[in-house]
Write a protein that binds this ligand. Structure first.
Ligand code: FAE
Length: 535
């Protein structure tokens, strides 16, 4: 099993490299790549994030020829600086999806507009999708969110998982699919000895001390960033990535993103091809299957070709926003009239809210900070305000005495999406006030921390003197909720062989960083679907 997978990975990685070298937008090996009808396959997968990558691998392994459509580009060709990705300190056109200026989560520092930089428009790797009172960060490219995220690979508490998804067999998830997801994603943990001794995690140790002073519990957070590589970075024997201010605009080294794991293995089956810079825009049923209309764009964003892809089975893995948009548009335009009312509902931010605290002069957080969080404050058992707060880095290369956090709270508020026929656009209905429960919960925890340490909040980081960033999130979840918009295995209601396979299935909250859950659920669902519907 292991040897087979390794050979597959190598074949897949070679295909990715060939596509990069030749500048191809079609990636694949074997019979899938040589297919007579490149626009038709038994299975079509939209997107190449966690849910899609799982579907592509398992379909490919089952011998089912599969085409993956990804709107972003393949990220493995070095630019003139010798690097694939740019750093947060020196963002260029590679950083963001068709922008003229970066839109980093921290808008300012000391109230100064020194964080964001002017850039040329390009299919960059990070997008910020704005819907009035809420903006959502997402990854764009082969690997989706895995290219830009903080790598935190957290399994939710069993009790909360059961509360959120009561119809999913928790024994099966915790016995089979969570361990499988962690293994496939390459999850590892930091060495506690190194954590205690390295300058790169001083910021975490200071936050831990302050949390403990307030009687709070901290936990190590597993990661898909290779901590052995990070130790070599610190020792000067490997090129710096997490220790070189690389994260939200991609990591040049160390990160086990999906193109190195699931997608490489999927390509290695010889049954999977990936079409990049190809954005699905419409879905319709035809001949017992589906046809997807997709635009291929060039580096300027211009549509160079519109293609129709036919399939017998369609898997939507375009992320919570992308999948919901495609299905809502299809329902509202009458293309897929059988989809139920639940499509476009049950969306949430996973209770995300960020905040920063100002430390005393003697509590230095260090000029050197690893970009990969390795510790969280776990107060999820708090009956009034459950919070899991990751201790986030702020790697500027200078001492700044800031402790930064991404709090995950149990915000019960949910958003809905609506379709505007005049503009063919999908809108998120979410008001600022809906994030108040998240702010209240985070404030209750960090007020405690501040009281215990005689510290205050920072007012200079999120614009308009705000102490809590409540207008953006990193963890969009829901929109096509499992058991509501779909059956209990992600089969869309009303249309056979149409599946949702990504974060759109999770009902708005999971209590921890979500990609391990999205991966494990996709593994569970696709196994059932292949066995019952596609064999
Ligand atoms: P996702 O990974 O978003 O993939 C969807 C893919 O579909 C993308 O590649 C899109 O470009 C593509 N796509 C969308 N629309 C279309 C279309 N119409 N046609 C073709 N392609 C399309 O979906 N989670 C954690 O668990 N731990 C973390 O440390 C963490 N940190 C994060 C940091 C940042 C900056 C961000 C943005 C997210 C972070 N997340 C983290 C969230 C995590 O990356 C996210 O939950 C997953 O990526 C969602 O997986 P999906 O499969 O749902």
């Amino acid at each position: 099993m292991t040897r087979k997978l390794t050979r597959r990975h190598m074949l897949g990685l070679a295909a990715l490299q060939t596509a990069a070298t030749l500048g191809l937008t079609r990636i694949g090996t074997g019979r899938a790549h040589a297919a007579q009808a490149p626009d038709h396959a038994p299975a079509l997968v939209i997107g190449s994030g966690y849910g899609s990558a799982v579907a592509a691998l398992r379909l490919g392994e089952a011998g089912i020829r599969t085409i993956v459509l990804e709107m972003g580009r393949l990220w493995n060709t070095p630019a003139s600086d010798g690097k694939v990705f740019c750093s947060t300190a020196a963002p260029d056109r590679r950083s963001m999806w068709f922008r003229t200026r970066t839109e980093a989560p921290l808008a300012t520092f000391l109230w100064l507009d020194i964080v964001n930089k002017d850039i040329d428009p390009y299919p960059g790797v990070l997008d910020r999708v704005s819907y009035g009172d809420m903006a959502v960060y997402v990854g764009r490219g082969v690997g989706g969110g895995s290219l830009v995220n903080g790598g935190m690979a957290v399994t939710p508490s069993r009790a909360y998982f059961q509360e959120v998804l009561p119809r999913v067999d928790a024994d099966e998830m915790y016995g089979t699919y969570f361990p499988l997801a962690r293994r496939m994603l390459g999850v590892n943990s930091i060495s506690p000895d190194w954590f205690e001794s390295t300058e790169w995690y001083r910021f975490s140790r200071v936050s831990r001390k302050h949390a403990h002073n307030a009687g709070l519990r901290t936990v190590f957070v597993p990661s898909v960033y290779d901590f052995a590589h990070m130790e070599r970075e610190a020792a000067g024997t490997a090129p710096r990535s997490a220790l070189g201010q690389e994260v939200i605009y991609g990591n040049n080294h160390g990160k086990r993103s999906l193109d190195k794991t699931y997608l490489a293995a999927a390509l290695g089956t010889g049954n999977v091809t990936i079409e990049t810079l190809t954005r699905a825009r419409a879905v319709r049923p035809e001949g017992g299957g589906y046809v997807v209309t997709a635009d291929r764009i060039d580096d300027t964003g211009a549509v160079v070709e519109t293609r129709e892809f036919g399939c017998s089975a369609l898997f939507l893995g375009a992320g919570s926003l992308g999948t919901t948009e495609l299905l809502l548009r299809a329902r509202e335009t009458g293309a897929l009239p059988g989809l139920g009312d639940a499509v476009g509902t049950g969306w949430g931010t996973n209770g995300n809210v960020m905040t920063g605290r100002a430390n005393h002069l003697w509590d230095t957080v260090g000029a050197d900070q690893a970009t990969m969080p390795a510790m969280g404050i776990d107060d999820w058992a708090n009956p009034d305000h459950p919070v899991f707060a990751e201790i986030a880095p702020l790697p500027t290369g200078l001492e700044h005495w800031v402790s930064l956090y991404l709090a995950i709270t149990k915000n019960p508020e949910r958003g809905t999406f609506s379709y505007d026929a005049a503009t063919d656009a999908v809108r998120l209905n979410w008001s600022r006030s809906q994030n108040q429960p998240a702010v209240t919960a985070a404030k209750s925890l960090f007020d405690r921390v501040n009281r215990a340490n005689a510290t205050i909040y920072r007012y200079d980081l999120f614009g308009a003197n705000r102490t809590f960033a409540d207008d953006f999130c990193y963890h969009p979840l829901g929109g096509c909720v499992l058991g509501e918009a779909t059956d209990d295995y992600g089969r869309a209601r009303g249309h056979p062989r149409l599946y949702v396979t990504d974060g759109a299935l999770v009902p708005g909250s999971i209590g921890v960083n979500p990609f391990v859950t999205i991966t494990a659920l996709a593994e569970r669902n696709v196994r059932r679907v292949i066995a019952e519907d596609l064999s």
